[in-house]
Design a binder for this molecule. Structure first.
Ligand SMILES: [Zn+2]
Length: 497
């Protein structure tokens, strides 16, 4: 019986793989020489790769929050399909970086991590406990008293101490876990404002307070810059943002929403709306590049994670594509001989790409074809993208997707376990790097290794004295006219003040 059914399946599979009937396969791919040449070009490129051992004048870190490997694969297919291609053959900009490694993301006390403790790892160089940020692993979640004297500093602090300019760009709240680990210390990531700290024992400061020093309001930020006679701007819509002249602005604070920024698919692109992550990255680099000592810039695609938590796969993939455009912008504006760019994620999601759909099948659609042997027992269609847990779960029978537009931006993809808020995944995340010392990412690393490489490459923090490497001058250095400024840039939006 087994043999018969296997034979039957084989026949069906053969029929299904009559490639002449599939319009989505590029014709050149049927030529074996195409694949051999493609491989040889790749081989030549890898054999010719040279490590860059210069000092990294600048470091740019892109953090795709929740951008695990399955998200990257789906996003590249989505990007290709947006361009009218089958999609699988597409490549995201950062996937072309010459160096890659993997990061183990677990927290000191959890198998699957959250974004606060992972941020402590990839920004401060020390692993921490779940839900804590900017403090060492002796601090249990929510223990304000225990955090005294257990603060750890970040690569932003280390870079500033060496006279570099620093900036933060994020599509999440500026007090949210990932950016907060750059400047704050908190035993609980949700102590974002003073209202969140009622009933907490001890005298810990909320995250917003720590961001704006001792005065938790925007006027205080401006007054501080006025007092120090620094050219600065505060902007809260795209028109104002566009009007900022980077040449005469050293400090820029942009807060475009009371909470997270809008999803790229819903973003108001008018003057009253918001800039894209690529536009924010561009403006940040233009301002920060004025410092002849270089800069550190953190750019977070924070809403990839938020979309996944709601099982809104289309929005998550669009956010990846938007961040990819920001990476492309950074690559265009910098030189790999003096700028280290690292692209990574804090953690993955329980997000899978399932079934055996045809090449070029809509990544947001249902699996087509469904081979008889591997079809679902209830004979109902199922989507290629499925979450291990999350909000779209029917307790009795699976939702019949016949006639449902699964490609709509608000379609909530199905899950196996009913949880209101889809969870993170525990598997490793990739690290992509180009520029000075990028080759130090080359195997499976602990996540807290990442800022050590960035600090070593740029000679800051504990590596500031271990620095006899030359800066390789590039044309952009001369164009920037060598005026030392200490620009701080903060884009995003707050919860409450
Ligand atoms: Zn999350």
């Amino acid at each position: 019986m087994l043999t018969i059914s296997c034979l039957l399946w084989y026949c069906i599979t053969l029929l299904n793989h009559n490639t002449d009937a599939l319009p989505n396969i590029p014709s050149e791919e049927k030529d074996p020489e195409f694949w051999k040449i493609k491989a040889k070009v790749e081989l030549k490129r890898v054999l010719g790769k040279k490590d860059i051992n210069n000092l990294a004048k600048n470091v740019i870190m892109f953090l795709g929050d929740g951008m695990g490997i399955s998200t990257i694969t789906a996003a590249r297919i989505y990007k290709g399909q947006l361009n009218g291609q089958p999609g699988e053959e597409t490549i995201l900009t950062f996937e072309e970086f010459p160096n890659q490694g993997l990061a183990k993301t677990y927290n000191v006390d959890r198998q699957t991590p959250d974004s606060a403790a992972t941020a402590t790892a990839y920004l401060c160089g020390v692993k921490a406990n779940f839900w804590t940020l900017g403090v060492d692993p002796n601090v249990p979640e929510g223990d304000c008293i225990a955090q005294k004297g257990r603060e750890v500093t970040s690569i932003l602090d280390w870079s500033k101490a060496e006279g570099k300019s620093v900036g933060i760009v994020t599509t999440a709240r500026i007090t949210h876990a990932s950016p907060a680990a750059l400047y704050a210390h908190s035993a609980a990531r949700d102590w974002e404002g003073d209202a969140d700290m009622e009933g907490v024992d001890g005298d810990c400061k909320d995250i917003a307070y720590q961001l704006i020093y001792d005065n938790a309001d925007i006027e205080a930020w401006s007054e501080d810059k006025d007092a120090r006679n620094r050219p600065h701007s505060y902007v809260w819509n795209k028109q104002q943002f566009d009007n900022v002249n980077p040449r005469n602005t050293d400090y820029l604070l942009g807060l475009f929403e009371p909470s997270h920024m809008q999803y790229e698919l819903e973003r108001d692109k008018s003057g009253n709306g918001e800039p894209s992550i690529a536009e924010m990255t561009q403006k940040a680099i233009q301002i920060l590049q004025k410092n002849e000592k270089g800069f550190f810039l953190f750019v977070e695609g924070g809403t990839i994670d938020h979309a996944h938590h709601q099982s809104l796969a289309k929005k998550a993939l669009e956010e990846v594509v938007a961040m990819d455009a920001a990476v492309q912008m950074a690559m265009k504006m910098t030189n790999e001989m003096d700028t280290l760019i690292v692209v990574t994620a804090d953690h993955s999601h329980v997000f899978s790409i399932a079934g055996y759909p045809y090449r070029g099948n809509n990544i947001l659609g249902v699996v087509d074809p469904v081979p008889m042997e591997w079809g679902p027992v209830d004979d109902l269609p199922y989507t290629t993208l499925i979450y291990g847990n999350g909000p779209n779960y029917n307790y009795n029978n699976r939702t019949d997707l016949t006639g449902v537009d699964t490609t709509h931006k608000d379609f909530v993809f199905p899950s196996a376990v009913p949880i209101e808020y889809e969870t993170h995944g525990a598997e490793d995340v990739p690290i992509y790097a180009r520029g000075p010392m990028a080759h130090l990412f080359q195997r499976t690393h602990e996540q807290n290794y990442i800022p050590h490489v960035m600090a070593y490459a740029s000679c800051v923090g504990e590596y500031a004295t271990d620095c006899d490497r030359p800066i390789r001058s590039v044309a952009s250095d001369f164009l920037s006219m060598a005026r030392v400024v200490f620009a701080s840039i903060l884009f995003s939006r707050f919860l409450t003040f």
